[in-house]
Design a protein around this ligand. Structure first.
Ligand code: HEC
Length: 102
């Protein structure tokens, strides 16, 4: 992942060097679904990375999402309360779930 970011930085820099005038940055729309719990996701997840990280996983089970939220807390030290973790799990499963508990 880091390599990809680094690589695209280099590409972007060399483009800047050659192009004169306005540069248009492509707008990448993420399909963000509003709904109950979205504000909690926004407050707890988007401080570190974009919504793309979440959506790129595709539809997943409730267990998958619960484990992801746990991973963010344990591995990356995300300051998420147990109450918020449950709200986030419900939100992710409802909007980005595959209908399976496991
Ligand atoms: C403290 C910072 C932090 C917070 C807060 C955070 N994340 Fe992450 N997240 C990370 C890091 C770091 C990665 C790994 C980035 C990489 O590998 O390039 C990551 C990666 C991910 C991934 C990609 C899959 C994976 O396992 O690496 C998903 C999905 C994800 N986060 C979901 C969430 C959700 C949902 C929340 C909110 C509950 C959240 N994150 C909050 C730091 C955070």
């Amino acid at each position: 992942m880091k390599k990809i970011i680094f690589g695209s930085l280099i590409v972007a820099t060399s483009l800047f060097a050659q192009v004169k005038g306005d540069i248009e940055v492509p707008y990448i729309p993420y399909e963000i679904k509003m709904g109950k719990g979205f504000d909690t996701v926004q407050a707890n997840c988007l401080m570190c990375h974009s919504f793309g990280y979440i959506i790129n996983q595709g539809p997943q089970s409730r267990e998958f999402w619960r484990e992801k939220v746990e991973k963010m807390i344990k591995a990356f030290g995300a300051p998420i309360t147990q109450k918020d973790a449950k709200i986030i799990e419900d939100y992710l499963f409802k909007h980005y779930g595959n209908g399976k508990e496991k």
